[in-house]
Design a protein around this ligand. Sequence first.
Ligand SMILES: Cc1cc2nc3c(=O)[nH]c(=O)nc-3n(C[C@H](O)[C@H](O)[C@H](O)COP(=O)(O)OP(=O)(O)OC[C@H]3O[C@@H](n4cnc5c(N)ncnc54)[C@H](O)[C@@H]3O)c2cc1C
Length: 490
Amino acid sequence: MGMLIATAAFLAATVVAVLIHLRARGTSTPASAPPAGPPCPRCGEPVPASATFCPGCGVPTQVYEVVGAPIAADAGADGGGGEEGEPRMHAVVRADLCVGCGVCVPACPVEGAIYMEGKLAVVNRSLCVGHGKCAEACPVGGILMAAGEAVHQVEVPDVNGRFESNVPGIFITGELGGRGLIKNAVNEGKLAVESIAGGLSKDTAEEEGKDTAGEDDGVLDVIIVGSGPAGLSAGLEAHRRKMRYAILEQGDLADTIRKYPRHKLLLAEPVKIPLYGDLWVADASKETLISIWETIVSNTGLKIETRRRVENVKREDDHFVVEAGGETYRGKRVVLAMGRRGTPRRLGAPGEELEKVFYDVAEMEEFKGRKVLIVGGGDSAVESAIGMANQEGAEVTLSYRGDAFKRVKERNRERLDEAVKQKKIRLLLGSEVKEITEAKVVLSMKDGEETLENDNVVIRIGGEPPFPFLEKIGVRMVRKTVPIPGSDGG
Ligand SMILES: Cc1cc2nc3c(=O)[nH]c(=O)nc-3n(C[C@H](O)[C@H](O)[C@H](O)COP(=O)(O)OP(=O)(O)OC[C@H]3O[C@@H](n4cnc5c(N)ncnc54)[C@H](O)[C@@H]3O)c2cc1C
């Protein structure tokens, strides 16, 4: 018996010693365990700081990058720097967002300050003086301006980990929330509707004894604004869950992407961002991507109402009233998936809906050897005309209804004068587009009409950004401090 007790005591002491040893090892060698980040906003599981997806529920971590970032203090609104003694502002390319489109290179006023190395833009720190033109031009928000520190500041709508804004019931997803990339938009659209569905079933459960199944009170479960990748993905999730929904789109299906230059290659995966949403995404031309999305829409029976521009969202009793294109919709929740590009101002001329008409230009090279009419009197119109005129064989006409370019930067005015003098650009002041056809454009001039042979029309007459709209409906904008992953290579 004594022997038995001694053996048990020995074993117990050994177990305790081993446990103490293991615990000590655990704390003395932290390098062996990945550093823990904040818990997953979706499932609450701890997520290692460097993980690309949550080990608990599989949700990609990048979608929470901005949502989880702290609100910045008021000072240093531009990301810091610039004052005497502080580090100089410079561009930083996010390797995890850069899609290698090269738009940043011609946008930079300093030659060689940013260049392409394969499919990645690289900043030469010794030449970059922080103009920020590359950051403005980058279509995916992949370039930031920073002053030495590995953080940047972004102005974004205030949303929580469920993508719900400070206005309860209004959710914000995709690029409008501050993150570029199709994949992020797809992932966020699905996540927002997931949390809406969770919230709605909780509400229903709380309505004790009230049977609302099959009841049609004209109030939809969710109204989705926009049919880009975020809106489509949100819609597919709502459709799959048999929710009552409407998708309202101001233009055509995936209008932002549709407006990219012809054959624009969309890169789905600059780095591994796991695809959590149901919408198909892969490296493909914009035509392929859109045609596959159209097939998904028709195969699933997803309902999208196009040419329905949402103008207002108001709360009325326990639901929202959404005004769009003269119609009124009622919904318990609203998902804003409107992107950041706003609504381009249109000319209102017949033929403006033709595929050859663009409001944005990403790749000037597409216009080599083409007859292009640029319309507008601001910097973007002048810059587009100059960029286009540098393309081999392009015949460029710039049309502006005013008599002089009063709002244009001095430097652009000089470059324009030079291009006109060299006959690279034909300038038609006091002209207005009357009609666009497949092969021609008719302009009304002070002294009559002129018909031009034409392959493409590029309209750069400004637009209405979505932020005044957010403000109008009560969504608060905040400035957040976000760490910069990746490198500038510089
Ligand atoms: C030139 C260019 C190249 C790019 N290349 C790539 C790439 O290679 N890979 C990549 O991943 N990303 C790329 N991007 C970025 C990518 O396109 C965006 O991040 C993505 O489209 C954002 O999706 P979204 O659904 O949030 O917004 P959007 O795609 O902008 O969709 C918003 C939709 O909402 C609609 N809308 C807006 N306002 C209203 C309103 N008031 N009422 C109703 N509808 C409204 C718009 O018409 C639009 O259809 C590129 C962007 C550009 C501009």
